[in-house]
Write a protein that binds this ligand. Sequence first.
Ligand SMILES: Cc1cc2nc3c(=O)[nH]c(=O)nc-3n(C[C@H](O)[C@H](O)[C@H](O)COP(=O)(O)OP(=O)(O)OC[C@H]3O[C@@H](n4cnc5c(N)ncnc54)[C@H](O)[C@@H]3O)c2cc1C
Length: 441
Amino acid sequence: MSDSPKNFIKILRELMEEKNIKQGLWAATAPAKPKLISIQGDQRTDVAIIGGGYTGLSAALHLAKMGKESVVLEAEDIGYGGAGRNVGLVNAGLWLMPEDLIKLAGPEYGDRLIKVLGDSPDLVFELIEEYGIECEALRNGTLHCADSKKGYKVLQQREEQWLKRGAPVRLLGRDEAVSKTGSNSFYGALLDKRAGTIQPLAYAYGLANAALKAGAKLYNHSPVIGFKKIRNGWELNTPTGKLTAKSVIIAVHAYPGYAFKSYKKSMVSMSFFQFATPPLSRDVLETILPERQGAWDTNLILSSYRLDAAGRLIVGSVGTVEGFAYGLHESWVKRTIAKTFPQIEDTQLEYGWHGRFAMNTNHIPRFHVLEKNMAMITSYNGRGIGPGTVFGKLLAEYITGGSPEDIPLPISKIESIWSRNFWGIFYEVGARLYHSIQRRI
Ligand SMILES: Cc1cc2nc3c(=O)[nH]c(=O)nc-3n(C[C@H](O)[C@H](O)[C@H](O)COP(=O)(O)OP(=O)(O)OC[C@H]3O[C@@H](n4cnc5c(N)ncnc54)[C@H](O)[C@@H]3O)c2cc1C
């Protein structure tokens, strides 16, 4: 073993990546990982599920509830993808406003999609309760905060459109927004009582444990590196074993690796980082998001704000924390906290991490049936806790003989987004520039 400076830097980098860049705070505060091994030898099952995030784990749990056999193959660890890195806002609906969604999805799917995703927090919080999942779950609503007068007008439209559909949303004026957020930075906020917050990695672990208990088999460090059609189903190959299955659910989302790398062409990959402070003092905590709602703002380069159970403030925005971007975004978070929550003196940041989510051209998820017995739903456009949980359940039902009509999305082909690299770079460079100059001027 050599202890050259190069090696030392490599070790430091690896330690930093392990602690920060991946799941950051969530890895530090989640309960113990489910104890899994990689798949060995030749195995058989009814349904193979590729990917151990919310979609794959919810599919496995619901298959087990239906008395069906399933095996989850996860390339890394449970929650390695978006499920272990996200903000933890259990939102209702998509980013799109209901009327825009109906225009884009058409009347056949639009209303059903709004209903299914609008109600998706119900399924998340029901599963948390049913299986006693310890994941800091709070269903106190979320706050979509207007950071400009224009943003406030957009929230007025959102409120109007959701109220027409009977959703429990309420637009707060400036004074109420100030008291609910503990910040003078916002012109108002839309409170959505359907939503809430979770510790996202802990929720993924909880789903995994529930699926295991219900009879599903889960393997980690088992990347699917190749697959082929056989007479009665599919053969999936991993470096340590082979799985034969009658049908397959692909749940690799924004982290398609190995045999599914080519799916990257069908998404605009967008990154989002977060930084967390140490636990705040009790006095300060009483003044920041005192009811513990998770919040985000109306800016195009949006920012998110939430607390965890220990009272850490977590601030996020668009971009990565790779290389020098770590320092750039860390310094932006410090300036943002000083401006938004000046009651916090001398901000320290303990964790910084990032993840990717899959966007597409019209911000509506995609349902692909690659063959009769191989399906996937993907592109949640930054909202995957409720959608992943619900679509995992719907995929479990579909793949075991259900009708595609029960999924509120048209079946579509996997298509390349030719401008994906441009948009990926545009968001990353744009976010870095924006964060470099914002609040310096
Ligand atoms: C930083 C960030 C913030 C976000 N904030 C929110 C939020 O507040 N609220 C919200 O609702 N959503 C949020 N999202 C989106 C949400 O996290 C995702 O939509 C969700 O995790 C998707 O779940 P999934 O199970 O489909 O995919 P993932 O959780 O990404 O899981 C996919 C899994 O597939 C595995 N995989 C890939 N290739 C293979 C292979 N060949 N073999 C085996 N396994 C493979 C990967 O290792 C990965 O674990 C955010 C995302 C990010 C990154």
